[in-house]
Design a protein around this ligand. Structure first.
Ligand code: ADP
Ligand code: MG
Length: 240
């Protein structure tokens, strides 16, 4: 039951005069699949990094407004506990991993969450099976394809099991079949496991009929609007 509330959030990068997020005031609803779109440079990644808790020290300083998970202000969550609330998949899978092999990465993720060692095997087996990559368990991550790496990244998120999952253009480096498969798995995580999914993408293929909400980050105003179904349809129709 975790809504993500973005409360009159405004941010400009140090040294910049442009507000990359300007009075953004939206609620990404719990157990919904929200798509955030907008042209390159409009500020999608910046917002997702804030939601994922990567810049907590800026909130209240350079950044005005707030971010909450349900009733909990993100600033109240210690950085070593943020992964119990939210996990992020990055655009570049090579940004994602700290360890050499798939099994070491999954173990590392669970160790960081202080999961009991006796429970790890079961969690890891479930995560690998859910993502259809049991055969990659012992592989060196550097030797995997882009699509395989993103499946491993998703397995890490499934193992972490946070209520909120944010994904930043996660399909930029993968083939169309892997993209479709990952979108289906995300939908399954939403519908069967109640996850709140917030996904940024400028490519609108394959989302029709999958997403619940369509948000647009306007590159001129740096403001986010929730589109009604007619406006969302217009975006889908005009996307080539
Ligand atoms: P998007 O993900 O929609 O492409 P970003 O959030 O990456 O947009 O970037 C929004 C704007 O903020 C861009 O103009 C970008 O150049 C600028 N920007 C991104 N990261 C930084 C940074 N670390 N320092 C200064 N400006 C940045
Ligand atoms: Mg981006």
């Amino acid at each position: 039951m975790t809504d993500v509330l973005i409360d009159h959030f405004t941010y400009e990068y140090p040294g910049s005069t442009v507000k990359v997020l300007n009075d953004v005031d939206v609620t990404f609803k719990h157990n919904h699949f929200s798509l955030l779109t907008g042209p390159s440079g409009s500020g999608k990644s910046t917002l997702l990094y804030f939601i994922a808790g990567l810049y907590p020290h800026f909130i209240g300083n350079d950044a005005l407004g707030g971010i909450k998970f349900g009733d909990t202000d993100i600033k109240q969550i210690p950085s070593n506990e943020i992964s119990h609330s939210v996990a992020m998949m990055f655009q570049n899978p090579n940004q994602q991993f700290a360890m050499d092999t798939v099994i070491h990465e999954l173990t590392f993720v669970l160790e960081n969450m202080l999961v009991e060692p006796a429970k790890m095997d079961g969690i890891i087996n479930h995560a690998l099976a859910f993502c259809g990559i049991k055969q990659l368990r012992s592989r060196v991550i550097n030797t995997l394809s882009g699509g395989e790496k993103q499946r491993v990244a998703l397995a890490c998120i499934v193992a972490m099991d946070p209520p909120v999952i944010v994904l930043d253009e996660p399909f930029a480096s993968i083939d169309p079949d892997s993209r479709l498969d990952l979108i289906k798995k995300l939908k399954q995580l939403q519908v069967e496991h109640g996850k709140t999914i917030i996904l940024a993408d400028h490519d609108l293929n394959d989302y029709k009929g999958v997403i619940d909400e369509f948000y647009y980050l306007d590159p001129d105003t740096h403001h986010i609007s929730l589109l009604d179904s007619q406006s969302a349809q217009h975006f889908f129709d005009n996307f080539k």
